[in-house]
Design a protein. Structure first.
Length: 102
């Protein structure tokens, strides 16, 4: 994620040059990657559900909600924290200099 945002510094600099504020650019990058994280978690959860479906359909089996929900929330929180860190690192410094280097 960090590499992706760093490679796009030139594009982000163009947004800054045409009038976007740095805060808005940061919000756009953060929302974009948060959406990708959410979609990835949803697809992973769906794939996991398909994989364990035969076991869940067998008599006497239960889904471990007590550990599953906190684990998924921690994965989401961890992803959001690293997304925020990557956004901060990528927007640090002079973005217009990145545009000159393009």
């Amino acid at each position: 994620m960090l590499r992706n945002v760093l490679e796009r510094r030139g594009e982000l600099a163009v947004l800054l040059a045409v009038g976007f504020r740095e805060r808005m650019i940061g919000r756009l990058v953060l929302l974009e990657h948060a959406a990708l994280l959410g979609i990835g978690l949803a697809i992973g959860l769906l794939a996991a559900a398909v994989a364990v479906l035969p076991t869940l359909l067998s008599p006497g089996s239960q889904l471990p909600y007590a550990t599953l929900v906190p684990t998924l929330l921690l994965v989401l929180l961890n992803g959001l924290i690293w997304t925020w860190v990557a956004t901060r690192v990528a927007l640090r410094g002079n973005l217009l200099e990145a545009l000159r280097n393009e």
